[in-house]
Design a protein around this ligand. Sequence first.
Ligand code: SF4
Length: 204
Amino acid sequence: MADLYEKLFALHQSMKKCRACLEEGYEIYPPAVVSGLVSAQFMTIGQAPGITEQEAGRPFNAGSGKRLFDWLGRAGIEEDWFRSTQYMTSVTKCYPGRQPSGSGDRVPGRREQELCRPFLDREIEIVDPRVIIPIGRLAINLFYPKKLKLQEIIATRLEVSGRWVIPLPHSSGASRWHQLEDNRRLIDQAITLIREQREQYFPQ
Ligand code: SF4
């Protein structure tokens, strides 16, 4: 385990020093924002940090975090415990800045995702979580076919390399998807799937 701690620490250091997107001319604001331990059974994967996450150096720090932990709370997962014992990362690790229109944050492009992908692969390899929760379309696309609608994905689970993938929609206030009643029912079902995994790995 000590070896894994060292590997994860070194990986986090590499991420924080990384300027690969800047070097290719992308507007991005390092350092990388990521948190968690090698002993985590659960890993959340968001899209990219927002400005408040980047300033605080903490994933899902703002409104999107509040909604996410409201959902996880209904699965019996408490925020402080989760933040201090589990793992939270994102498809790209640095704040991508605002959209040119100024409305909301920019969605990292395909090349930025490619540049950052080795970090995510390595995080999954080292942490080896039992349950991955991709949050929002960009993270969900890592595991599910892009042609599927969110309505066909949320409330399902997928077994990938011996771990469960249980997706959630983007939890930011900018997303209207989770406000629709039918979709809220799907989120309830996804929370039940997460609860089952929480009860298996962390019975209370
Ligand atoms: S988003 Fe990823 S690849 Fe791009 S600069 Fe940040 S850490 Fe490096």
